[in-house]
Design a binder for this molecule. Structure first.
Ligand SMILES: *Cc1c(COP(=O)(O)O)cnc(C)c1O
Ligand SMILES: [Zn+2]
Length: 439
């Protein structure tokens, strides 16, 4: 685990921005980047592919012994009420941009658990994350802190909606210039929830994969910090906090089974990495965890590869209401497949109809209004519970990653309408009788 990036002078320095602070200081716990495929080491700069050898994706390398020497349950419990209580596990070396992200509720489910016949079901609700009501606030808080350290003054992203909300909001807070790219056909709530922070918004005629391709060219030519492109290794680490919080909130133990949505597959694989790092540093006891993943049938390249027993991902053209997870060519797809297979989990697809029903099911049984990605995840949870793939006594955590108020058009035709009454008692009484008769 150790040693990469130690001899920095002999390594190529790939930087697209002026360096205003060290790549790492002596107090940091990360030591550099490394190719996930061939292991080739790189400096902790703004790059994300193995340009020297094999074009594989880069990831952050830590000195786990240094982390282990530094962390304890008590110190974490006494830390900030945000993701920054896990700062020693994150690739930053300066005071973080702290907008209060993280430490969202882990609810012990009653209503939904009973409906599905599960005895130990927990709901991690990132639909109430800060500042923009999705799990993306975690990855962006980390990526923009790193962007600032690396000297970027303009930040950007290729987004399916939530990432643009988060990047625009946190950039505004940090005083960074911001330009975001989205597919033009996003939900109104997602677009408004970006524009209000006054970034430059580019609505691209095309799907996410086309937006992403354009952004790779802009990243190369403009010297901007793209949170999910040239800053992707740092960005991805932010998702580990979804594992850290769950382990701490369960009383410093690991669950038996997790169910999470996949777009690029990054979040899903990093939840596993987070649990592993807690085991490696002695914060929790090791135990096997099954990882089950959720995709919408209208964009399910990873679920299809899983079903067909393939190791490669055949890209698809997205067509689903679950726009926030509609990535047809998922960067972390092969790694996600590996996590599902090696853990004894699965990756399952559900239809748009099932997604809408599941949004309503979660709302009616738990009082949680999630967006389409959450509907996808709950629909898969339901499928796995009903088919016996989740045992009733497994401690199961389901990840809700976004808020329903951003995707109201998904459910507007599937919910009731108010009774229209006059401001008179008999008008109310008549309507109430009708309501009772309808159950
Ligand atoms: C981005 C996103 C995800 C999944 O993202 P990955 O690319 O797989 O890390 C899940 N849910 C919501 C609501 C999202 O916005
Ligand atoms: Zn490589």
């Amino acid at each position: 685990m150790l040693g990469f990036g130690e001899s920095s002078s002999s390594l190529p320095l790939v930087l697209t921005a002026t360096l205003t602070s060290p790549l790492r200081s002596p107090e940091t716990t990360y030591t550099g980047l490394r190719c996930r495929e061939c292991g080739h080491p790189y400096e902790a700069a703004a790059h994300h592919v193995c340009s020297e050898v094999c074009f594989g994706p880069l990831e952050v390398v830590y000195d786990m012994e240094r982390i282990k020497a530094r962390v304890s349950r008590a110190a974490i419990e006494a830390g900030p009420l945000s993701i920054w209580r896990y700062r020693d596990f994150l690739p930053i070396s300066s005071d973080p941009i702290d907008v209060g992200t993280g430490l969202t509720p882990l609810l012990r489910s009653k209503g939904l658990a009973q409906r599905l016949g599960l005895r130990h079901l927990y709901i991690k609700n990132d639909g109430v994350n800060v500042p923009t009501l999705s799990f993306k606030d975690r990855v962006v808080s980390v990526a923009l802190t790193r962007a600032r350290e690396l000297g970027f003054t303009t930040v950007s992203c290729a987004s399916t909606g939530n990432l643009a909300n988060s990047t625009a909001a946190i950039a505004a807070h940090a005083g960074l210039k911001c330009c975001v790219f989205i597919p033009a056909d996003l939900e109104a709530g997602k677009i408004l929830g970006t524009l209000v922070y006054n970034p430059t918004v580019m609505a691209v005629q095309g799907n996410y994969d086309q937006v992403n391709r354009l952004c790779c060219e802009v990243a190369n030519s403009h010297g901007w910090g793209f949170v999910n492109i040239n800053l992707r290794p740092y960005y991805a680490e932010g998702s580990k906090t979804l594992a850290f919080e769950v382990a701490e909130q369960l009383g410093w133990r690991l669950p038996d089974h997790v169910v999470a949505p996949l777009a690029s597959g990054s979040l899903y694989t990093k939840i596993r990495k987070g649990f592993r790092e807690f085991v490696e540093t002695g914060l929790v006891e090791e135990k096997p965890i099954r990882f089950s993943g959720a995709q919408a049938a209208g964009c399910s390249p990873i679920a299809q590869a899983f079903a067909q027993g393939q190791d490669f991902i055949a890209p698809v053209k997205p067509n689903t209401i679950a726009k926030s997870i509609a990535i047809g060519n998922p960067a972390d797809g092969p790694y996600a497949l590996d996590v599902a297979r090696r853990s004894g989990g699965s990756i399952t697809a559900v239809s748009d109809g099932e997604i809408v029903s599941a949004i309503k099911l979660l709302a009616e049984t738990e009082g949680i209004f999630t967006e389409t990605a959450g509907g996808t995840t709950i629909a898969v949870l339901k499928k796995l519970a009903e088919s016996g793939q989740i045992a009733s006594d497994e401690t199961t955590v389901v990840y809700i990653t976004g808020n329903g108020l951003k995707t109201t058009e998904a459910v507007s035709d599937a919910i009731g309408t108010p009774y229209q009454i006059d401001a008179r008692l008999e008008s109310f009484n008549r309507a109430w009788d009708q309501a009772q008769a309808h159950g």
